[in-house]
Design a protein around this ligand. Structure first.
Ligand SMILES: Cc1cc2nc3c(=O)[nH]c(=O)nc-3n(C[C@H](O)[C@H](O)[C@H](O)COP(=O)(O)OP(=O)(O)OC[C@H]3O[C@@H](n4cnc5c(N)ncnc54)[C@H](O)[C@@H]3O)c2cc1C
Length: 464
């Protein structure tokens, strides 16, 4: 049966869901509050430079990503660009300078990134006992301190978490923010044992292992993907429409009201692919005795979304002392610099800077220092230039500059996040035909969002 489906939120999650439902022959309408679709994905091309405001690369950890990128209806397969193999080299800031992250066991034994006692703690990890599943929920920091010690937390986990979540490991939940890590301890009693056995199993089954997954983008940046998805929707995309309320009809369908007025259409199914703070404000004008307008998801307003600013700067090659041969550098909090880390963008994608020039993307703010992200643009750029000069030996002013601020960037899956997931589950159970998807429910990476979009489309196609 052909269904009438409305998708609310035109980020990568909502676009993926709408695309798959349209392909399956359903009548889909997508409401997006902004003037362009794509959500946090935004690529800017100017004077031979290409800057990403938000995400830079997508890790191809799932077949769903490959399927989407190669889908003939999108026609963008030939525009795909894989990050250069240089991306396999990563740096961590130590004593003010980028130090290479070892990529092999032999390299780890030799590295000066951590001390001998930290190396011994790693060797002892498989022999540490597992935490009982009934124990109180742990933060990522407590989990790492217990299994690997403080130095690993400071020089491996803290910078990694800044790079992925712009988050603070002291607050993030290991169970909800890093479910795979949590499962490794629960299943195998050890992260290391679990990694080795799990990778062996995945190889046996022919599945992609995370360390081998490709980092990808497109010739015009990630927006190539979201633009192609949006174009595919043709007349079914309603931009500049912020949905404010959702009402139930007597025959069990749903009507949508946006800031542009009531939509006369009624929908069989509704997909909500919104940030948590926007889900929280949605009004449901329930009818029936003793009922009135409610905001059933208002508890989600408590989910923390710290601000993050990206500062993309271009330089002439000779202005930069460092080789920049790698993916980039993550900055541990204990190093006390202002920035979270820097991607060597033109090393990953050389065509993003004019010849003999380099492009760097630096992030400021996050849970570590939200106040810095909110500083005026000129001050943010100054902070970044100061760090870049000290770390990479950069001299002089940038020849290209683009900065962007996400006031609410990435949801923090903090200790206690389970109650928010439960709120979402209860809401779905009480609202037949409405589904929740996206970064505040299914994980924060682009890969997670694409998988989430596909999953929610399948739920609409085959409701349980
Ligand atoms: C700075 C930054 C860097 C990142 N870097 C990476 C990276 O390198 N790799 C990676 O894998 N991930 C990265 N991420 C994470 C990833 O980009 C996001 O998790 C993912 O894009 C989220 O997609 P989404 O569709 O779930 O949500 P969003 O992109 O937030 O989309 C939600 C959409 O809903 C719309 N909307 C909101 N309210 C309403 C309403 N009431 N009515 C209608 N529409 C509404 C919004 O305008 C928005 O377009 C990064 C995120 C940020 C912020």
């Amino acid at each position: 049966m052909k269904k009438k489906v409305v998708v609310i939120g035109g980020g990568i999650t909502g676009l993926t869901a709408a695309f798959r439902l349209k392909q399956a022959g359903h009548e889909v309408t997508l409401f997006e509050a902004g003037d362009v679709a794509g959500g946090v994905i935004r690529s800017v091309e100017r004077d031979g430079w290409l800057a990403e405001c938000g995400p830079n690369t997508m890790l191809e950890t799932s077949a769903a990503i490959t399927r989407l990128v190669e889908d003939e209806d999108l026609g963008i397969a030939d525009r795909r660009r894989d990050a250069s193999p240089l991306g396999g080299t990563r740096f961590i800031l130590k004593k003010g300078k980028p130090m290479m992250l070892p990529s092999s066991a032999a390299g780890f034994l030799k590295t000066e990134l951590v001390s001998l006692s930290a190396k011994l703690a790693l060797a002892a990890e498989p022999f540490r006992s597992r935490l009982s599943p009934d124990a109180a929920e742990e933060s990522l920091a407590d989990f790492v301190r217990r299994r690997l010690g403080q130095e690993f937390l400071d020089y491996a986990i803290n910078p990694f978490v800044a790079g992925v979540y712009a988050g603070d490991p002291e607050n993030l939940s290991v169970k909800f923010g890093f479910p795979k890590l949590y499962a490794l301890e629960q299943k195998y009693g050890s992260m290391i044992k679990g990694q080795i056995l799990g990778a062996r199993q995945r190889r046996k089954e022919g599945r992609v292992t995370k360390d081998r997954a490709k980092q990808l983008s497109f010739d015009g940046g990630l927006q190539v993907l979201t633009d192609a998805l949006a174009n595919n929707l043709q007349g079914r995309l309603r931009l500049g429409n912020e949905v404010t309320s959702i009402g139930e009809t007597e025959d069990g369908r749903w009507s949508i009201q946006s800031n542009k007025g009531v939509v006369v259409d009624f929908f069989d199914d509704v997909i909500l692919a919104l940030p948590a703070h926007r889900l929280a404000t949605l009004i449901f004008p329930y009818s029936g005795e003793g009922k009135g307008a409610e905001q059933p998801l208002k508890a989600l307003a408590e989910i923390v979304y710290p601000p993050v600013s990206s500062v993309v700067l271009g330089f002439r090659r000779e202005q930069v002392e460092h080789s920049l041969n790698g993916f980039g550098t993550l900055n541990p909090e204990v190093e006390k610099v202002s920035t979270l880390g820097t991607l060597f963008t033109s090393s990953l994608f050389p065509e993003r800077a004019p010849e003999d020039h380099v492009l760097l993307t630096t992030y400021v703010g996050g849970a570590r220092s939200p106040e810095l992200a909110l500083r005026p643009e000129g001050e943010r750029v100054e902070l970044v230039l100061k760090d870049l000069a000290a770390i990479y030996g950069i001299k002089g002013d940038p020849v290209f500059q683009h900065s962007f601020l996400y006031k609410k960037a990435i949801p923090q899956y903090e200790v206690g996040y389970g109650k928010f997931l439960q709120t979402m589950e209860d809401f779905e159970a009480g609202h037949t035909g409405i589904y929740l998807a996206g970064h505040c429910r299914d994980g924060i990476s682009l890969a997670d969002s694409i998988v989430s979009g596909e999953k929610v489309a399948k739920k609409v196609l085959q409701p349980s």
